[in-house]
Design a protein. Sequence first.
Length: 340
Amino acid sequence: MTLIQCVLGIETSCDETGIAVFHADTGIKSQHVYSQFELHSRYGGVVPELASRDHIRKIAPLVQQSLDDAGITASHLDGIAYTSGPGLIGALMVGAAFGRSLAWSLDVPAIGVHHMEAHLLAPLLTERIPTFPFVALLVSGGHTMLVLVTKIGSYRLLGQSLDDAVGEAFDKTAKLLGLDYPGGPEIARLAEHGDPQKFDFPRPMTNRPGLDFSFSGLKTAVKNAVASNKPASSQLIADVAASFERAVAETLVIKCRRALDHTQSQTLVLSGGVAANQTLRNYVQRLDCEVLYPPMELCTDNGSMIAFAGYQRLAAGYQEPLSVTSQARWNIEELESVLD
Ligand code: KG4
Ligand code: ZN
């Protein structure tokens, strides 16, 4: 088996083209993220066909730029990792076809990475490495999951959102408030000037046992609050944003506490795009356990987390056949564990 050290990571599951070079000895050697938010903002959300086309435009130049910045050529790569699911199928296919073909042309192994596993492992790229087992709260635009991680590749889904993902709730609420896409950072920015106690929005599904979530009712509560306070001043919008953030953070923290108790774990890992939210970070810090999260640039979609997750599997001897596969839906519990 060839020694795997230098891996190219390709992320194209949604509206970011993320490329990175990871080396086993030195960590991330280079990374580039191109966000398509301007392309999609006028539609108020991601338009899948436009996303695929833009990935096609950006992928080759970004790979070249990442190799140049890492000071290597493609011939130095020992393997290629690309997101093969879950995500927008057309967008995924761009990264998978490009990555699989590049690996074939270089005669190196390729690996398709589970996007949420990559988010989950991103905190391991930092110096404070969590000890297994730990609970991971994965909060992104498409998923909200509590996962028990016993080792790399061994995941038990403890709970998930039954409707909107947290990021989706941020984005939809932002749209209701007349804010730009993506809504998460916009709400966070406004919330800084708002009163988080002003509105008492629901903490969905916290008054009954279980670890599942539901966020669709929150946006209705926001809608009603705005409707009964017309015309909404900018201060009122900021108060709604801050109160919404507080409701989301408190709900997530209640479920994290339950998951930690239920699994007797001492460590919580927070990851995914919404983990960039400072209020949420402040709230989880109050939990009586070790809390780890990746730096901001590794929370939202990026190529480094794909390169790193792919490296784990390639180094353990896993690789894809020559066929190109992508899957829009993919249960994280179906992954095989990586033996150490
Ligand atoms: O993980 P991610 O980059 O992409 C997916 O895999 O979905 O997450 C994107 C989501 C979006 O819904 C975005 O609004 C949200 O993360 N997000 C935030 C913040 N930054 C990004 N939500 C709240 N606060 C933030 N600072
Ligand atoms: Zn993501």
